[in-house]
Write a protein of this length. Structure first.
Length: 261
């Protein structure tokens, strides 16, 4: 009898596992005439539209790190789209190259917004997605991009920056945010710290609903395992800050784009 019960449990678990398989695909799309290649992850067993998360990469371009986050979100029930800002096949191979590429978009916010808008439009039209519940997030360079989409008035359900730059050449654009904002910041991020007070001021003046969480001991790139473990270099992974910021993000998601059970 016990043997039969155990056998049934094993079969049930196998069926559940197969039904909840996470699918991943590379996605070709365009911004104007520029070819872009993103990455989407989703639970193929869900047959109805569901909330989605758009992920903007750090300065090295779309990488395994963003793809890993996309799969984590898919396991939570979201459609997760890791986007491509630089262009199909454009992937920096050095920090110098990455700095030049990232600088191009930081100095041309109109172009940066256009690349993000193209990704948002693709995701919004996807039949798996509940278009009213798309959250935009980004890491480092991508954190700036997430905020730029908010400043552009993109109708997302929320915007999240993980250790992203907070500078804004057009502070009045903060009035265009249409949804809550979450900032996950490293308290010892010397490059971004001078931007904190101006950012808060523009958000307060424009009455934006935002949360600003600063993680002690964390420097820039604290969620990136490839950043090393030496904070004295100004960039380093911080496991505690990584886990805490993800937990805060999950709480934020449950508020602005919850998964219906």
């Amino acid at each position: 009898m016990l043997k039969a019960i155990l056998s049934s449990v094993v079969v049930f678990m196998a069926m559940a596992s197969s039904e909840a398989a996470i699918k991943t695909e590379n996605v070709d799309y365009k911004e104007g005439k520029t070819a872009l290649e993103g990455f989407v992850a989703y639970d193929d067993s869900v047959k109805t539209p569901r909330p989605a998360v758009l992920i903007i990469h750090q300065w090295m371009g779309l990488s395994d790190n963003e793809k890993m986050r996309a799969q984590m979100l898919a396991e939570k029930g979201y459609v997760a789209f890791a986007v491509d800002i630089y262009g199909k096949g454009v992937r920096p191979t050095s920090m110098e190259e990455a700095g030049k590429l990232a600088g191009q978009y930081k100095n041309d916010r109109k172009l940066y917004r256009a690349r993000g808008q193209a990704a948002f439009d693709w995701l919004k039209k996807n039949k798996m997605v509940d278009a009213k519940h798309i959250v935009v997030i980004g890491y480092c360079f991508g954190g700036t991009g997430a905020l730029e989409l908010g400043r552009a008035g993109v109708p997302a359900a929320g915007f999240v920056s993980f250790h992203g730059g907070l500078s804004n050449p057009t502070p009045a654009d903060a009035k265009n945010f249409k949804a809550p904002v979450l900032i996950a910041h490293g308290a010892l991020d010397k490059g971004v710290n001078p931007e904190v007070m101006p950012f808060m001021r523009e958000m307060d003046e424009n009455k934006v609903d935002y949360q600003f969480v600063s993680y002690s001991g964390a420097v820039h790139a604290f969620t990136q395992k490839g950043a090393g473990n030496d904070p004295s270099k100004g960039v380093a992974y911080n496991e505690k800050a990584d886990h805490r910021s993800w937990a805060h993000f999950m709480d934020f998601l449950s508020e602005v784009a919850p998964i219906k059970k």
